[in-house]
Design a protein around this ligand. Structure first.
Ligand code: PGA
Length: 253
C-alpha cells in the first residue's frame, strides 16, 4: 500500500505568528482526517523550528521548501539539510518549478540536494512538471521524462524508495487552472512506468506520486480518486486550515 499524503507548501507567506496559528488550527481539524493520511506543512525557514516544535506530539509533519546543495560552510544565506533536520523537519521540497524558474536550479543541483537530504534522513518531495508550451506542443511527456531521468533515475534503488514525487504542471500552479483528473492520471502512470522500467515494479508501486497545481476542496476528490494519484502538494489552499483539511479528507474511502 502506498502512503496517501497531503503536503502544504506555504511558499513565501505567513509571519511566524500567523504560521503557528495556522498549524494549530490544522492540528485541531486533523482529527477528522483518516489516520493513515500523512499531513505535511512546509513553512518558510524562519518559522520551521517553531512550527516543528509546536507539532511535536501530533500527527502533522513539517517540511522545508528548499535546502542548500552543500553540506556546510561559507554559503551565505543558505540553509543546510542538517539544519533543517535539526530544526525538527522530516521532509524537504526539492526542485519546485519556482526554484527551477527563478533560481535557475537544474538537474545536477537537484540530484545533489536529494542525496544530501537523504543523508540527513529527510524525505525529499521531488517536483516535476511541464510548461504550457510543452503541453500545447504535445511534448509534456518528453519534458517530464527528462526531469525524472536526469535526477531520479540517477539514484540507487534503495534511495529512490525513500522519495515522494510531485507532478505539478506549471500552467496549473497558482493559476486556478487545474489539470483534469485524466491528465493527472496519465502523467502519474507515465512517471510510474519510467520508475518501473528503471527500478522494477515493486519499487515503482511503492512510491507516492502527488498532484500539485490549483488543487482545492472542490476538485481534490476527483483527482485523488485516480489510481496513480496518491495525494497532493498544495500551495494556495494550504494557507487556509479548513480548505487544507478538506483536501486531506478527499481520498476515496
Ligand atoms: P497551488 O501551488 O496549489 O497554489 O497551485 C501548488 C504548488 O506550487 O506546489
Amino acid at each position: 500500500m502506498r502512503k496517501q499524503i497531503v503536503a502544504g507548501n506555504w511558499k513565501m507567506n505567513t509571519t511566524p505568528e500567523e504560521g503557528i496559528a495556522l498549524v494549530k488550527r490544522i492540528m485541531e481539524l486533523s482529527t477528522s482526517v483518516p489516520s493513515d493520511v500523512e499531513i505535511v506543512v512546509s513553512p518558510p525557514f524562519t518559522h520551521l523550528y517553531a512550527i516543528a516544535s509546536s507539532i511535536k506530539n501530533s500527527r502533522i509533519k513539517a517540511g522545508s521548501q528548499n535546502c542548500a546543495a552543500w553540506k556546510k560552510g561559507a554559503y551565505t544565506g543558505e540553509i543546510s539539510v542538517d539544519m533543517i533536520s535539526a530544526a525538527g523537519a522530516s521532509h524537504v521540497i526539492i526542485g519546485h518549478s519556482e526554484r527551477r524558474e527563478y533560481f535557475n536550479e537544474t538537474s545536477p543541483t537537484l540530484l545533489e540536494k536529494i542525496k544530501l537530504a537523504l543523508s540527513s534522513d529527510l524525505t525529499p518531495i521531488f517536483c516535476c512538471g511541464e510548461v504550457l508550451e510543452d503541453r500545447d506542443a504535445d511534448m509534456h511527456f518528453d519534458a517530464v521524462k527528462v526531469q525524472i531521468e536526469e535526477v531520479l533515475c540517477k539514484l540507487k534503488s534503495k534511495e529512490v524508495q525513500k522519495i515522494i514525487i510531485a507532478y505539478e504542471p506549471i500552467w496549473a500552479i497558482g493559476t486556478g487552472r487545474t489539470a483534469t483528473p485524466e491528465q493527472a492520471q496519465e502523467m502519474h502512470s507515465f512517471i510510474r512506468k519510467i520508475m518501473a522500467d528503471k527500478f522494477g515494479d515493486d519499487v515503482a508501486n511503492s512510491i507516492s506520486i502527488l498532484y500539485g497545481g490549483s488543487c482545492k476542496p472542490t476538485n481534490a476528490a476527483e483527482i485523488f480518486a485516480k489510481p496513480d494519484v496518491d495525494g497532493g502538494l498544495i500551495g494556495g489552499a494550504s494557507l487556509d486550515a479548513a480548505d487544507f483539511i478538506a483536501i486531506a479528507q478527499s481520498f476515496p474511502q
